[in-house]
Design a protein. Structure first.
Length: 481
């Protein structure tokens, strides 16, 4: 405090947290206190940084709308609070500040000058956020409003490429990836920046194709589908050996290649195995930075490695999501080791303790751990997918989300070896629910076997789950072992 004479009385002051007027929409809780604190930290990181624009941090001489941070966190943000209007407004800012050549500035509002833009994973905010908001809220107007911006960004990458390979320009890469104290150890998780760029080139092209389909732009669907095929072929030629090894053997390289379907089907299984072996080589620790982290557990779950995803989630030592929690964090840190195990700190010039990007794990916690998701044939939770992946040492996990149709919720509980599930489906929607059991007769709903419940359709079994079709209502499932 400056300009005040005499002693200050702390009781005379009240601290007020200021953030954009976003209605809380999601709840998430588990049987693990550290994970509950992680969720609390994710929410406060969002509150502290969503003030008219999504800033990177609220406390140092930055407080700027970094585009990469916003895009990796956007889907998680849509669970915690209603950010439909917030991102709709800010994406108009993104389009307004987009450079004439299609590159998107690193920061919006743009304050770094006319050349500070075009970085892979940052400029892709132009395609990723509109698509995420469409999935979360079901309003295609944001796609209509942003389509020219989305297309301009893809065309920028196209024009910067040579033989469909985007290997030019300056990129942040997998920002703040794991780097050990000993630079000679050979364990730094450095991912080739142009490999990353090619992955995001493909991803944004795919999202543009998806959007063109929604908007009925059939000519663009044809044009960019042909381009996407060439982009992926160029990736294989440049970054994948004939034996299927990636030229960068990092977690982020595997994760992006798998999540964005850069590899043909016959190489994906071994790539997923390579990812798992890499994680094990770091004693079940992540090594990803800003661009790899959001998709890490998602890819593990997709390829059947839930147990590894849970080991990463529950890891308490550096680098991990829970390490900052064990060090007393109340928001998400910018660096995995903002405070080091010996209680010293990283360079104060860039060491924020409220920087939400790594909080993107919240997306996996909602959509995979508890299992609340939406299908693309019924976006905005018109057609709901509920498929929890139960694991770790959890005995209980629950989440709810206030959608435009009403509340959807799911919880699972393990007690005395039995699994119970409570599901709520809002009005005017339908849900496909996956129950981890091979035999439908072993599942009861409110005390009745499924064949006796007239408003539940048993669709069959899939990958060890009984698949059910539900309408609106409240359901209680029990699987007795």
């Amino acid at each position: 405090m400056e300009g005040i004479k005499g002693n200050l009385n702390p009781d005379d002051f009240t601290a007020v947290a200021i953030y954009a007027d976003m209605k809380p929409t999601g709840t998430f809780t588990t049987s693990n206190a550290l994970i509950n604190q992680l969720q609390h930290n994710i929410e406060w990181g969002q509150k502290g940084n969503f003030l008219d624009v999504p800033t990177d941090c609220p406390q140092r001489d930055e407080r700027l709308g970094w585009t990469g941070d916003a895009q990796v966190f956007s889907r998680t943000a849509s669970f915690n609070m209603n950010v439909n209007n917030f991102f709709d407004k800010w994406m108009k800012d993104v389009a307004a500040d987009q450079f004439a050549d299609g590159a998107v500035p690193h920061i919006v509002p743009s304050v770094l000058g006319p050349t500070a833009g075009g970085s892979a994973g940052w400029s892709d905010v132009a395609t990723i956020v509109p698509w995420n908001m469409y999935l979360a809220y079901g309003d295609k107007k944001i796609l209509e409003d942003q389509y020219n911006s989305m297309k301009a960004w893809v065309e920028y990458m196209h024009h910067q490429s040579h033989d469909n390979l985007w290997n030019t320009g300056s990129h942040f890469g997998d920002w703040l990836f794991y780097s050990p104290e000993d630079p000679n150890s050979g364990t730094a998780a450095i991912t080739n920046k142009y490999l990353i760029a090619q992955c995001f080139y493909a991803h944004s092209t795919q999202l543009l194709i998806n959007t063109a389909k929604v908007l009925g732009k059939t000519e663009d669907v044809t044009t960019y589908s042909a381009l996407l095929k060439k982009v992926k072929e160029a990736f294989l030629k440049e970054y994948v050996t004939p034996n299927g090894r990636l030229v960068s053997g990092t977690q982020t390289a595997y994760v992006l290649a798998l999540n964005f379907d850069m590899l043909p089907e016959d190489l994906r299984k071994q790539a997923a195995e390579g990812l798992v072996e890499n994680i094990k080589s770091y004693d079940n620790h992540l090594t990803t930075g800003f661009l790899g982290t959001p998709y890490l557990c998602e890819v593990l779950t997709r390829f059947g490695y839930d147990s590894i995803a849970y080991k990463l989630l529950l890891q308490k030592t550096y680098p991990s999501w829970l390490y900052p929690v064990t060090m007393g964090a109340t928001t998400i840190w910018e660096r995995w080791d903002g405070e080091k195990p010996d209680s010293t700190f990283e360079n104060p010039g860039m060491n924020s303790f409220n920087h939400y990007a790594y909080g993107a794990i919240g997306d996996w916690m909602y959509r995979k751990m508890v299992g609340i998701d939406t299908y693309e044939d019924g976006v905005g939770y018109k057609h709901i997918r509920i498929n929890p992946h139960i694991g770790g040492d959890f005995t209980y996990a629950s989440a709810s989300l206030d959608t435009y149709y009403g509340k959807v919720s799911n919880s699972w509980k393990i007690e005395n070896g039995n699994l119970s599930r409570d599901v709520e489906i809002p009005a005017n929607t339908k849900a496909t629910v996956f129950v981890p059991e091979q035999n439908a007769d072993a599942v009861k709903e409110s005390g009745k076997i499924l064949s006796q419940v007239t408003d539940i359709k048993v669709q069959g079994t899939e990958d060890g789950y009984v698949v059910l079709e539900l309408g609106s209502g409240v359901y209680h499932f029990v699987i007795q072992k």
